[in-house]
Design a protein around this ligand. Sequence first.
Ligand SMILES: [Zn+2]
Length: 327
Amino acid sequence: MTQVNTVRGPVEASSLGRTLMHEHLVFGYPGNEGDRSMWTYDPDAIVATGTAAVRSIQAQGFATLFDATPNDCSRNPLLLKRIAEQTGFNVICATGYYKEAHGGSAYFGMRSLFTDTVSELADLFIRELTVGIGDTGVKAGIMKLGTGHGGISDYEHAVIKAAARAQQATGAPIITHTEDGNGGPAQARALVEAGADPAKTVVGHMCGNVRDLDYQLATLAYGVGIGYDRTGGNKLFNDITDDDRMDMAVTLAERGYLNRIFWSQDSIATWLGRSWDGFRSLPGAENWKITRIGDYIEPGLRQRGLTQADLDQLLIANPASLFGADA
Ligand SMILES: [Zn+2]
């Protein structure tokens, strides 16, 4: 019996059901707080928007999502809890820090002049996974980290080492961001060398380079899972289509990797700040929504020959396996 922390409390990992393992009910890039004179922070509206998003995937039979928002991107466990309470959904909150370029690296960067960053981050992650996030009473259930362009920075490497250390202490899964279809193998290697358990680690956004079989296999060689977690973001993310994603998933399934693929959409229900409608209407973003997997991927994978048991493997058993559970 393995328990998972959801924002409403622990549940059995084997009972998570159909799971999306990388979505955002509320997300804000660092810096949005400083712009708040120009937009209205409305927690009730965030809860309403998140609740509507969750209801749309409940209608597709999903029961659980991992909210992949790291601490420095306006993660808000109490808003996630309100959404989970309104819907009866399992929402699993993350602890972690984002890639250096787009995250809140300044704080630990300056502290690194006089402290051990890896220890400070590991202490934080372990506390949020085992004691709780601040005084919210909500525990994190997963860890999230990222790496950016041009290799892994010293700061990003510190986050990787801290997450691996916290995983050894808590058993919590690690999910990640890679940049524009680059850096999967290097990130997987850094995680494994730092002591992360590949069975509990998913290198994210691997569908950003989904026409390159060698890239996929070089990452899988470390034993980690791979996130096909930007479904629907056609062209927005590297001119990749969902048909490309499905074609490569079938190729990998034929090679025995069905149990290493993790589907999600990286959708954002509420994006903090001034209006992001302009981003959402960029060419290629038309299908970037939280219902895309149920609407398009599942029928498309069936057309390509995958069975219901295969789909259950992808959407139920694979996420549960990150917690060491059979489902
Ligand atoms: Zn994301």
